[in-house]
Every structure is written in C-alpha cells, then in structure tokens.
Design a protein around this ligand. Structure first.
Ligand code: NAP
Ligand code: ZN
Length: 353
C-alpha cells in the first residue's frame, strides 16, 4: 500500500478536507495513474452528503479523472508510462455476466465497482487525490491535445452519460431532441446531440443561460417554467434527455413527445419525482426510460468522437481547497458548466503541510 493525499469527508454534514488514503501497489493487470485533473460531478455532492443513503465514510469523490500513467503491471498490454489516460465512474465489474459480455459493464448483473464508494475487492476512493491504481480494462485512452486535458476530464462522466442514451435512441439528422437542464451533463448533451446532427432544443429554468445554450449548439431554447413556450412544442419530440438533479414534475416534458417518443432520465435526485400521469404515456405510446453512464467500449468511442469533433467541456478550473464553495455554487446552478479540480493544487498543499 502507498499513502496518498486526498480530499474527502468523514460524515454527511462535514465539509470536504484533506484526508490520507491508501492505494494498492499495482498488480499484474493494473495501471498506476498520476492524476492531473478531476471534474466535479453532481453525483460527487449527492455521495459526499449521503443523499442516496449508501455512502461509506470516509468518502473521497471524483470520477472524471485525467492523468498520466506512471507504472504498469507485468501483464498490462494497452498502456505504458507516459501515456495520457482517463478513468470514469467504474473501476471493476464481474466480467462474466451477460451485460459485461456485451460491453455494458455499467449494467453488470453482479454490480460494477464504482470509482468511489465502491465495494469491490477493496473500498474505493475517487479522483480528488494525487493518484489512483486501476485495472487496465477500465482505463481509457485520451487522444486530445495536452492543452485541453482539464476540459477533457468531464467527458469521463458527463460526456458518456449523455453520449450513451443519445446513441441508444439514435439522435441524428431528422430527429428533434430535447435536453433538459443546462448543467454539467446538460451542456455535454447539447454539444453531443448537435455534433450527431439532431435538431437540439434546450430546456432550462435559468433565462440567463439562453445565449450560452445557443453557443453550445442548441437550435432553440425553451424556458421550461413558461407554459406558453412549452405548449408550442407539444407532441413534437423524438427524444428528450432529462439531466435535472432535483425532483420535478415530468408530465410537462412527456406531453412534448411524439407518438412512440421517449424521455430518458439520467438525473438522479435525492427524492423521487411525482408519478407521471399514466394517460400522458398511454395516449401516444410514449416511454419513460433511464440510463446509466456507458460501457467501457462506448466510453472509448465517445472520447474518440469528441477528439475527432474537437469537443471538450466548458469548464472553470478550481483549486482543491475551494471544493466546498464549488459544491454550493453547483447547487445554485452557478457553474459554466463544469468545475474541474487542478490536482497540482492538492499536491502543492500536501507538500506545504
Ligand atoms: P448540475 O451541473 O448541477 O446540473 C443540473 C441542472 O439541472 C442545473 O444546472 C439546472 O439547469 C437543472 N436544475 C437544477 N435544479 C433544478 C430544479 N429544482 N428544477 C429544474 N431544473 C433544475 O448536475 P450534473 O453534474 O449535470 O448532474 C445532473 C444529475 O445527473 C445529478 O443528479 C447526477 O447525480 C446525475 N448523474 C447521473 C448519471 C447516470 O449515470 N445516470 C451520471 C452522472 C450524473 P437549468 O439551470 O438549465 O435549469
Ligand atoms: Zn458523474
């Protein structure tokens, strides 16, 4: 084991602060990664504050990791020291169930091991730390330019969580696609759906985000609290991707779907949404669905798609010590559009201590 500096919390009501954690020595199939940047996902906040009621403390969040390989085990074939790599939300899965066989490890029938708060061979701690050791099967190749690496980090969760359902429900030319919420996931959803060639409509509760939404690739912007604006789109969507992190009424969005249209939820709020009106679903054979991140193969496909199309996240880089302020700002929707921690600031802090 090696001692590693990290940031985390020991209880739901405590702010995040410096913590010491232990990383395993790289085994034969492991890659040791020196972390450069880690994105701040709303799931980090849900977990740190035990909003999903499954947090193991101490908790070290962070699953949008970009770094440099510093050591590899004897049997590692895909990576070598010096490579730029990414790690997303998973670090292990059973590798033998039907979902794993299909490359959909996020639906592992025996439960995948999360990058943090995981209960695999060991408890897992995430990317708010100096380094991480991961089985090479769960390490991604990053092909972007070095200057973009901070902005690549959010692709590892926000990117794949929106890319996967957009592909599954075939967003593309001739399709009218809605994205609900312009936060970390939502802004990636807008960029990706636009790059796939769909007609993109952004739904927001924040009138101040309209110009940004258009710049990011939205063809139209709808203020979702305005019933008149909503009514103009009744029955017209092929697909709606809902990224909202809070409980809300789903009916106004379901009513905007065409016959056979689908709304997919990726937002995972602390409390359930009110049950949708059954008739809105029945009359139109509409579907309400959900989707979790994406498999490793598809995550690599997404990273390659983004490198090819010059897509990265719009970010605000922060120092590790400012994480608690960043959480409060995220709760107010005051982030354009993802915070990314410069892990060099954690290393400096650790050295000075
Ligand atoms: P985020 O950056 O905080 O964005 C969420 C957005 O939702 C906000 O920017 C806001 O957009 C909208 N919103 C917030 N509160 C709202 C309210 N009360 N009513 C209506 N809209 C509201 O969060 P994120 O990192 O994108 O994550 C979004 C959710 O996805 C979280 O619950 C997270 O845990 C979940 N998640 C799920 C997966 C998965 O695999 N399914 C993966 C990652 C994250 P506007 O200002 O534009 O309205
Ligand atoms: Zn996430």
């Amino acid at each position: 084991m090696t001692q590693t500096h990290a940031y985390g919390t020991t209880a739901a009501t405590q702010p995040l602060g410096p913590l010491g954690i232990e990383r395993r020595q790289p085994g034969p199939h492991d890659v040791k990664i020196d972390i450069l940047f880690c994105g701040v996902c709303h799931s980090d906040l849900h977990t740190a504050r035990n909003e999903w009621r499954n947090t193991m403390y101490p908790s070290v969040p962070g699953h949008e990791i970009v770094g440099t390989v510093v050591a590899v085990g004897d049997h590692v074939t895909k990576f070598k020291p010096g490579d730029t790599v990414g790690v997303g939300c998973m670090v292990d899965s059973c590798q033998h169930c039907a979902s794993c066989a299909d490359g959909e490890e996020q639906y592992c029938e025996n439960g995948f091991t999360g990058t943090y708060n995981g209960r695999g061979k060991e408890n897992t701690w995430g990317g708010y730390s100096e380094n991480i050791v991961v089985d090479e099967k769960f390490v991604l190749r990053v092909g972007h330019e070095a200057r973009d690496l901070a902005a690549v980090a959010p692709l590892l969760c926000a990117g794949i969580t929106t890319y996967s359902p957009l592909r599954h429900w075939q967003a593309g030319p001739g399709k009218k696609v809605g994205i609900v919420g312009l936060g970390g996931l939502g802004h990636m959803g807008v960029k990706l759906a636009h790059a796939m060639g769909a007609h993109v409509v952004l739904f927001t509760t924040s009138p101040g985000k309209q110009a940004d939404a258009r710049r990011l690739g939205a063809d139209e912007v709808v203020i979702s609290k305005d019933p008149t604006q909503m009514a103009q789109h009744a029955g017209s969507f092929d697909f709606i991707l809902n990224t909202v992190a809070a409980t809300h009424d789903l009916d106004p969005f379901l009513a905007l779907l065409k016959r056979d249209g689908t709304m997919c939820l990726v937002g995972a709020p602390e409390h359930p949404h009110p049950s949708p009106n059954v008739f809105t679903l029945i009359l139109g054979r509409r579907s309400l669905a959900g989707s979790a991140i994406g498999g490793i193969r598809e995550t690599q496909e997404m990273l390659d798609f983004c490198a090819e199309h010059g897509i990265v996240s719009d970010i605000e880089t922060i120092a590790m010590k400012d994480i608690n302020t960043a959480y409060e700002r995220m709760l107010k929707g005051d982030v354009k559009y993802r915070f990314v921690i410069d892990i060099a600031t954690l290393k400096q802090e650790a050295k000075a201590a």
